[in-house]
Design a protein around this ligand. Structure first.
Ligand SMILES: [Zn+2]
Length: 416
């Protein structure tokens, strides 16, 4: 097992032109005494939409590391993969997010469920978990229900893990994450404990787990939900993880992973408090926020670059149904609040930047425009060299946006 550093931060480099500016944020953070390991994550879905290969992400990351003389660790995440999609990620990646969301709810063999319940009498009754005031009251029915819901998914996760291990020639020099975030229902702490017991039974050396938390984690915008309830749940999950490490011999480095974690400004303070209080680690995944900074950079630059940013919006608006469809569970766009292409074409650089930049105190900010463009990267991919050339021509201004966004709006509030 490759040991996962305590604080890891996922960054997405959709067009393989942003790695250096992203890494610069980690360099600057380090200078401030914040030690975070970068993890470049790009999901199979993103590679499919853009038409790229995981190796290109690896090459861009390696080059950035070389350019900035980064001597600390960095990782490359095969994000949200399953048995059918993992193969092209095996060689370039050393972090694997096993996505079992589709298998949740698929019943395991009744004999397996029975064996799980028989093996885990400690899960039934009043379970005292250090760090949670009242014991978790877990009935046999809940264990059975959770096993029915998740046991098959943990078996599938093991199959993916074994497949990667074999493809890597038997060497497990990688980090394993299990993600369950892209499902309909959040997992409560008691379920998390049962799931971790099942993962331990499978022998998966899990180091990060991504549950679905309560509330909405929409792409590129702030958390929508009850912050106090989130805080309670996050703290309870940390306690459950610490408990499971001891009880089931899971890796000491096991930590929570927050997916769609960019821009969730209202929960950063509770997360920061919780990790400071407990000494727990954290993995937070951000991806598309970086691509939005590319568009903001283009708009900031003005001239042809601003025109290109307007063209991206107009095309995204035209194709909004198709663009939004794969992301239906992670966006909430009020279509009546999307300005027309004509209106945006009349915008100044400042108006475009105000609408898209995630500054909720700016009256020009439009969360609907932001979410639409977040899922609109396919438009830029279809522009091909026209878009990539614009990234190169405006590299200085874009880099400033990309670095500043990661450092000032994400890293400092979470870790400083
Ligand atoms: Zn996810």
């Amino acid at each position: 097992m490759k040991t996962c550093p305590k604080f890891t931060f996922g960054v997405g480099d959709r067009f393989a032109h942003g790695a250096k500016a992203q890494l610069q944020a980690f360099v600057s953070a380090k200078e401030l005494g914040i030690d975070i390991c970068p993890v470049w994550n790009k999901s199979n879905r993103e590679h499919d939409i853009i038409g790229s290969e995981p190796q290109t992400t690896r090459d861009a990351a390696d080059q950035a590391v070389k350019d900035l003389n980064w001597t600390s660790e960095y990782l490359l995440d095969a994000d949200h993969i399953n048995l059918g999609t993992v193969d092209r990620f095996v060689a370039p990646c050393d972090f694997f997010t096993l996505d079992v969301a589709d298998d949740i709810g698929e019943p395991a063999a009744p004999a397996d469920v029975e064996a799980f319940i028989a093996k885990h009498p400690e899960l039934i009754g009043s379970v005292k978990v250090e760090g949670i005031d009242a014991p978790l009251e877990i009935s046999k029915e809940l264990v059975e229900k959770t096993a029915n819901q998740f046991l098959k998914a943990t078996q599938k996760a093991k199959a993916i893990y074994d497949h990667i291990l074999a493809a890597k020639g038997g060497t497990d020099d990688f980090v394993t994450e299990v993600s369950m975030d892209e499902t309909d229902d959040p997992q409560v702490p008691a379920e998390m404990l049962i799931i971790l017991a099942a993962i331990a039974d499978q022998g998966i050396p899990i180091q990060t787990i991504a549950p679905k938390f309560t509330g909405r984690f929409n792409k590129g915008v702030d958390y929508v939900g009850d912050v106090a309830q989130f805080e309670q749940e996050f703290n309870d999950d940390l306690a459950v993880i610490a408990h499971a490490i001891k009880e089931y011999g899971l890796p000491e480095t096991l930590k929570l992973s927050v997916h769609s974690g960019s821009d969730k400004f209202s929960i950063y303070e509770p997360i920061k408090k919780a990790i400071a209080r407990t000494g727990a680690g954290l993995h937070i995944k951000t991806a598309g926020t970086n691509w939005l900074e590319e568009v903001i950079g283009l708009a900031t630059a003005g001239g042809d670059a601003l025109e290109l940013a307007k063209e991206i919006y107009a095309k995204a608006l035209e194709k909004k149904e198709a663009l939004c469809e794969p992301y239906a569970t992670v966006i909430d766009i009020d279509h009546s609040q999307l300005p027309s292409a004509e209106e945006v074409n009349g915008w100044t650089s400042e108006q475009y930047v105000s609408a898209l930049t995630h500054d909720q105190s700016n009256p020009g900010y439009n969360a609907n425009v932001r979410q639409l463009l977040h899922v609109g990267f396919k438009i830029a991919a279809q522009m091909g060299d026209k878009y990539l050339d614009a990234l190169k021509a405006n590299e200085a201004v874009i880099s400033k946006c990309v670095t500043g966004n990661l450092l000032d709006r994400h890293m400092k509030p979470l870790f400083a």
